[in-house]
Design a protein around this ligand. Structure first.
Ligand code: PEP
Ligand code: MG
Length: 763
């Protein structure tokens, strides 16, 4: 049976494992082509890498052709079938390659023998990386399944190759030294500060700078170093690699949807001869292992920091972490200290993948200074239960490492070197909140005192949250934010990768509704690998559905994955930031096109998904009746709705007192949307954070919103609150609020004290 193991190679585990065993990029690619050829039962498999400077594709690894071609066979972009694949950035499959007008005969490799040809581009974001090719003598040997499998592999290869290219670029760079900032003296007024609560929970630990705050490697205490030898260094190298591999393995087990290869750059740098090799050379010349590690690492850190290339800058922290590990591993017994175990991290800018790395290394909490909290950082922090506070004070980046810091992610407060009574109070709080969680009366459904059932579903960002959602008896997933696999990876996930994630989600919520939201990026949710658009007002720019409609190939990849995953399930898909009925119809047409394609390819899929529109924009509210007529359901994204109606940036801490979710305009808008849905006979749900505000719940229920979706851990609280409400009373209450035209009147009716304003903008 041919190609029976294609699924196996789609599995990230195999490729990551393969990468771990390789000693260089060439070695890795060579092993990769052998494995691909083996699994696909293909006579030939090759990888061509693209050189942007010369526009040439170079054969870089091969199985089945003449060995001497590797490194020598070069094709221009657009030349031959391989060049064409990369030029047009789409797979090329031909059962009789030599008859293809674009076929180019290369002397000496006898390619005419291999009629069946299949090539897929390797891309990262919009950057061309290379081409992966399989060939076989049997005409028409490859089919659509092979194309998809090969695309999945190409997506994984892109990450590894990208990292390797960074190293090569680095080797060419000039060194430039930076001076570290002087340590800050902790003044009395710095000891207690109030910031913005971003992700709930309490953390107490050592203040630990992260990111562009430069670490002093000499400050890392590893005891006496005079007796350390070359063997100690070699042992440290080995231990470091083992730890990183183990971290990667654990993360892939725990966070299969997002954690793909997050430690791969560490491992690659570690193995690089210019890095660990240079350290060894210094040791052989008589330097101590500690000084050798610090000398080489500092040189690299300086070069990375001074680089114009943002991707190199991103790696500064990876290098610092790696060096810290190497130093600590020099001393057997200090292994426990290599992670960020129990530390409170202080950072200015963080990538979503940094959060994963911090959580993997057991950081206790995160203090973001100087405006670094993007929505996705905040949401990821909450999903991963990492307490988080944001504060406008850069000085905190230079706190001495000996300082203890306590952050309260519920209140948004920060204590530096807290006195004993503060510590004790927080220890008690921590304990009682654990007890409360353990004993929470979860209940299986929510009903008002007069018998109206309210559906409470879960907002899900990561697959790992499904467990909690089930524990909380969520009645489905009302919002799956599909962007996390996109923002945490180094590149757009392939159709195959997305298919596996979506399928896993449906499988884990059997018998329940699951609503998938298509990609919502842009605004402050940027993709690190996608060129930034330099928009003056990103929230009013190429965001969410606009992005998907502009980049249809990315949109179609996601929709195809969703339709395939939905085979045999009830499938519900909704589009974020719909601005007009026309937007919705255009998106629906793309779904139909994907359905047609899959039909033609005879790929099993769900041909009749229910399609919904998210109502988050004033323009959508104005056409809500027409939108409700076209869509199968409406879903209100309250967080954005408030932002766009009130023109208040939801991520701007300084504007949080103006982010008033009970503003009369908001209440009236919500009523209009609900009325439009009900007039069209279409269901409407609500998935913003307002649904967790017990002061707002009576209004929402009173105007007829009976499907809510909230963060899983909020479900018991929301249910408890619903159980105290009487539907008839909520209707009277809502009608009363809708008659009020001033914020102050509504505050009075809701019992909200005017000073201080307690509304918090959801990040
Ligand atoms: C919203 O806008 O309310 C919403 C649910 O989506 P997000 O918070 O992801 O923008
Ligand atoms: Mg939104």
């Amino acid at each position: 049976m041919a190609k029976a193991h294609v699924d196996l190679i789609c599995n990230i585990g195999e490729l990551a494992g393969l990468f771990e065993k390789s000693t260089s990029l060439e070695n890795f690619l060579q092993t990769a082509v052998s494995i691909v050829a083996f699994h696909m039962h293909a006579a030939v498999c090759s990888v061509y890498l693209y050189d942007e400077a010369t526009h040439e594709l170079v054969l870089s690894a091969n199985q089945g052709l003449n060995d001497s071609c590797v490194g020598n066979l070069r094709l221009m972009l657009g030349e031959g079938l391989v060049g064409l694949t990369l030029q047009e950035l789409r797979p090329l499959r031909d059962g009789h390659a030599s008859r293809n007008p674009a076929f180019k005969s290369v002397p000496g490799i006898d390619e005419e023998r291999y009629q069946a040809f299949l090539a897929v581009p390797i891309v990262r974001g919009l950057a061309r990386v290379g081409v992966l090719v399989v060939q076989d003598p049997v005409p028409d040997y490859f089919d659509q399944n092979d194309t998809r499998a090969l695309q999945a592999i190409a997506a994984q290869l892109a990450t590894v190759i990208e990292n390797a290219k960074l190293l090569i670029a680095l080797h060419r760079m000039e060194s430039a030294k930076l001076t570290p900032p002087p340590p800050v003296h902790i003044s009395v007024d710095m000891k207690f500060q109030r910031g913005l609560a971003v992700a709930p929970g309490i953390a107490l630990g050592k203040a630990t700078p992260f990111g562009d705050a430069k670490d002093d490697l000499y400050a890392i205490d590893i005891g006496s170093t005079a007796d350390l030898t070359r063997e100690d260094f070699e042992r440290s190298l080995q231990a470091t690699e083992q730890q990183l591999t183990e971290l990667q393995r654990q993360m892939e087990e725990r966070l299969q949807d997002v954690a793909s290869m997050i430690f791969s750059a560490h491992i690659l740098i570690l193995r690089d001869s210019m890095f660990s090799g240079a350290m060894l050379k210094l040791i052989d010349r008589g330097q101590t292992p500690r000084d050798s590690i610090i000398a080489v690492a500092s040189d690299y850190i300086d070069r990375f920091s001074a680089s114009e290339n943002p991707r190199l800058k991103e790696k500064v922290q990876d290098l610092t972490d790696l060096s810290r590990r190497l130093l600590r591993n020099l001393r057997p017994g200090m292994e426990a200290d290599v992670d960020y175990h129990g530390c409170v991290i202080i950072a200015r800018d963080l990538l979503p993948s940094d959060i994963l790395k911090l959580v993997a290394q057991r950081a206790a909490g995160l203090l973001l200074v100087d405006g670094g909290a993007t929505s996705h950082i905040a949401i990821l922090g909450r999903s991963l239960q990492l307490p988080m506070v944001m504060l406008e004070n850069r000085d905190l980046l230079s706190l001495p490492e000996s300082a203890d810091i306590l952050i309260d992610g519920d209140q948004g407060t920060v204590y530096i070197n807290p006195i004993d009574s503060v510590r004790d109070r927080y220890q008690e709080l921590l304990q009682s909140s654990r007890d409360l969680e353990r004993n929470a009366d979860v209940g299986a459904n929510a009903c008002t005192t007069d018998g109206c059932a309210i559906t409470v579903m879960a907002n899900i960002n990561l697959l790992s949250e499904l467990k909690l959602a089930r524990q909380m008896h969520a009645e489905g997933v009302g919002l799956y934010r599909s962007e996390f696999p996109f923002i945490v990876r180094n590149d757009f996930p392939s159709e195959e990768e997305q298919f596996h994630i979506y399928r896993a989600l449906l499988k884990q919520m059997p018998g329940h509704d699951v609503v998938f939201r298509t990609l919502d990026v842009g605004g402050d949710k940027m993709l690190s690998y996608f060129p930034t658009l330099n928009e003056a007002n990103p929230f009013l720019g190429l965001r969410a559905l606009r992005f998907s409609l502009r980049y249809k190939d990315i949109f179609m990849r996601q929709l195809r994955a969703l339709l395939r995953a939905g085979d045999g399930y009830k499938l519900q898909i909704m589009f974020p930031m719909v601005a007009s009925v026309d937007d919705f119809v255009e998106a629906r047409d793309v779904v139909c096109e994907c359905h047609r394609q899959l039909e033609q390819e005879q790929v099993p899929h769900n041909g009749a998904p229910r399609l919904g529109a998210m109502v988050e924009l004033p323009s959508a509210i104005e056409v809500a009746p027409e939108l409700a007529a076209e869509a199968d359901f409406l879903s209100i994204g309250g967080n954005d709705l408030v932002q766009y109606i009130l023109a208040v940036d939801r991520t701007n801490a300084q504007m949080s007192d103006m982010y008033v979710s009970y503003h009369p305009s908001i209440l009236r808008a919500l009523k209009r949307i609900t009325d439009a849905a009900s007039a069209a006979g279409k269901p409407v749900s609500f998935c913003g954070e307002m649904a967790t505000d017990v002061r707002m719940l009576p209004f929402l229920i009173g105007i007829g919103i009976h499907r809510l979706s909230v963060e899983p851990r909020q479900i018991p609280r929301v249910r408890q609150s619903i159980a105290t409400l009487c539907l008839a009373e909520t209707r009277t209450h809502a009608a009363h609020l809708l008659r009020l035209g001033r914020i102050t009147e509504i505050e009075q009716a809701l019992g909200i004290p005017r000073q201080p304003i307690s509304t918090t903008a959801p990040a």
